[in-house]
Every structure is written in structure tokens, then in C-alpha cells.
Design a protein around this ligand. Structure first.
Ligand code: PBG
Length: 324
């Protein structure tokens, strides 16, 4: 006799829904956008390795967000492509920089849409690194002041959350202090606490035109082989005042998401990065995977691993198709 019969609880769609442990919600998805400082209002340049994702002008961004909000989008994260890059990435903190203008535009039209900004220098520096460089070395502490300026400029534009992705040590504390001193004590920091030096960022670097011009990011991003180090990074950021902890990439690091979720009482955010999107899209476009099922499975697995929130390039698609 079989006492255990898993099939009892799988007998119908209603029964499966009744016992489902993990559910994706609209409110927990964040859509990334790439906004370009261009004079062409209709600018919308497809990113070749990310079918369906474009670099857009402010005007095109507004159109995309209008459609997504109508479908229930609750949150987005913005990446900027400046007109000019320089050694310090100074357009990153310009009051009229592209991200700052995009934040103002979106918040004015949709006050309830949560607008998150990526705080980093790599899209703005001529060398493509996330910090100041001297003699080929990425400098940690002098970079913190610049990152604080970036975060303050995003706060002044009306961002709801700032998300530092540079992986310099001590940046959460530097941002927290700068924000508090400037009267933004209520502005949350979503820290890319656990960010691996991953090959899966490849398509993003095409999208954000932020590939390092020399070397790589291995001196500041984490070694994919390390698990305990993720807990040290997360602990440091939590102690410095992070309000959210990001683990990135997501799919290849489900074990790390689980550990971070178990060890910390902060909301855990998983970033399903560009390369994860590209892999799925490539197989989907070849007819090798079913889009709806593969995308939902990839995301429900990330949530099951312990993520409360998921940043994913599939957010617009899921909402447009009414899949969540
Ligand atoms: C900027 C940044 C990167 C991503 C988000 N913020 C790229 C990198 O570190 O090289 C990657 C996102 C993605 O691949 O979708 N530091």
C-alpha cells in the first residue's frame, strides 16, 4: 500500500492552484529600460543580442512605459546612455543628465510608478570601469564621493529608490550618509550586494555601451566560485544600511539567493540579467523552447529560491500577455 501519493494533490488545475507554493505577482517585477541622450525623438535602437529590448529616447521611453503601466507595471529601473563619456563619468551626476530627466518625466506622469535608478559610473566613463582609474587600478575610496553625487542627483530628480551597482566597498554607507545629510533620509537603497563577475552581463554591455576598455571587473565583482563571500558582502551592505539586497545574476546563482534570503531579514531582489534573457530568447526564437512556459519557469524558480522581487527584461512581455 502507498501511503504517500503525490498525485492526490496534482489531480486537477484547481487542485494544483490550491497547493501552489510560489506565485509570481505583477507588483514584484521590475522592468529595466535603457534611455539614451539623443536629439532624435523617435530614437529606438534594437539591442541585437536582446531581441525585444531597445535603447530609447525619452519620448520612446514614455511610450513604452505608458503601455507597460496600462498593463500593470509597478516598478522600473533606469540605465542611461550619455552623449559624452569622460574619465570621471561626470554626466552620471549632471542635474540635466539623461537618467535625471527620465526620472522627472516618469514621476511627473506616473507618480505611483516606482522609479529605481542604477547608480554606477561604467556607462559614463571613457574607460568603461565602474570607478575612478589611476595607473590601470580602479580606486575604491575616491570613487565613493562620485557615487554619492550620482545618488544625490537621482534623489533630487525624484527617484524612489537608488541602486548602487558598482561593487566598491563602503558605498552603501557613503550613499546613506550623503542622502541623510541632504534631507533624503527616507530614500531607500537597493544595493547590488552580491554581484558576480559574470559572463552573463555581455549583452548588457552592448546595450549600455559600457564594456571595460581594458582589463575586466574581477577586482571588484565577485568570483562565481564563492558562496560564503556572498554572505560577507551582504552582511557588510546590511550593516551599512541597505534596505534591499540584490543577488545578480539570478538563474545560475539560485543557491546564493536561497542563502541570502535565509540569512537576512531584508527584501531580496534577484536580477535575471541580460545574458539569461538572451539565452532564453535565442532558444525561443529557434523554436527550441516554448516562450511562455520557459519564461514563467525561469522566474518562478528564482522566486522559489527566495527572491521577493525580480528585475527581469521579461516584465513587459509577461504583463502585455496577461501571464501574471
Ligand atoms: C553596471 C551594471 C551592469 C549590469 C547592471 N548594472 C553591468 C556590469 O556590471 O558590467 C548588468 C545587467 C545585465 O546584464 O542585465 N555596473
Amino acid at each position: 500500500m502507498n501511503f504517500y501519493r503525490g498525485r492526490r494533490l496534482r489531480s486537477s488545475a484547481a487542485m494544483r492552484s490550491l497547493v501552489r507554493e510560489t506565485v509570481l505577482t505583477k507588483e514584484s517585477l521590475v522592468m529595466p529600460y535603457f534611455v539614451s541622450d539623443t536629439d532624435e525623438p523617435d530614437f529606438c535602437r534594437p539591442i541585437s543580442a536582446m531581441p525585444g529590448i531597445d535603447q530609447c529616447s525619452l519620448e520612446t521611453l514614455e511610450k513604452k512605459v505608458a503601455a507597460a503601466v496600462a498593463n500593470g507595471l509597478a516598478a522600473c529601473i533606469l540605465f542611461g546612455l550619455p552623449k559624452n563619456k569622460d574619465a570621471t563619468g561626470s554626466e552620471a551626476w549632471a542635474a540635466d543628465g539623461i537618467v535625471q530627466r527620465a526620472v522627472r518625466l516618469l514621476k511627473k506622469r506616473w507618480p505611483d510608478l516606482l522609479v529605481i535608478t542604477d547608480v554606477c559610473l561604467c556607462e559614463y566613463t571613457s574607460h568603461g570601469h565602474c570607478g575612478l582609474v589611476r595607473d590601470g587600478i580602479i580606486l575604491n575610496d575616491p570613487t565613493l564621493e562620485l557615487l554619492a553625487k550620482v545618488a544625490l542627483s537621482h534623489a533630487a530628480a525624484g527617484a524612489d529608490i537608488v541602486a548602487p551597482s558598482d561593487m566598491m566597498d563602503g558605498r552603501v554607507l557613503a550613499l546613506r550618509k550623503a542622502l541623510d545629510d541632504a534631507g533624503y533620509a527616507g530614500l531607500p537603497i537597493m544595493s547590488y550586494a552580491v554581484k558576480y563577475a559574470s559572463s552573463f552581463y555581455g549583452p548588457f554591455r552592448e546595450a549600455a555601451e559600457s564594456a571595460p576598455q581594458f582589463g575586466d571587473r574581477k577586482t571588484y565583482q565577485m568570483d562565481p566560485a564563492n558562496r560564503r563571500e556572498a554572505l560577507r558582502e551582504a552582511a557588510a551592505d546590511a550593516a551599512e544600511g541597505a534596505d534591499f539586497l540584490i543577488v545578480k545574476p539570478a538563474g545560475p546563482y539560485l543557491d546564493v539567493i536561497r542563502e541570502v534570503a535565509d540569512a537576512f531579514d531584508l527584501p531580496v531582489v534577484a536580477y535575471q540579467v541580460s545574458g539569461e534573457y538572451s539565452m532564453l530568447m535565442a532558444a525561443i526564437q529557434n523554436g527550441w523552447l516554448d516562450k511562455e512556459r520557459a519564461v514563467l519557469e525561469s522566474l518562478v524558480s528564482i522566486k522559489r529560491a527566495g527572491a521577493d522581487i525580480i528585475i527581469t527584461y521579461f516584465a513587459e512581455y509577461l504583463l502585455a500577455e496577461g501571464l501574471i
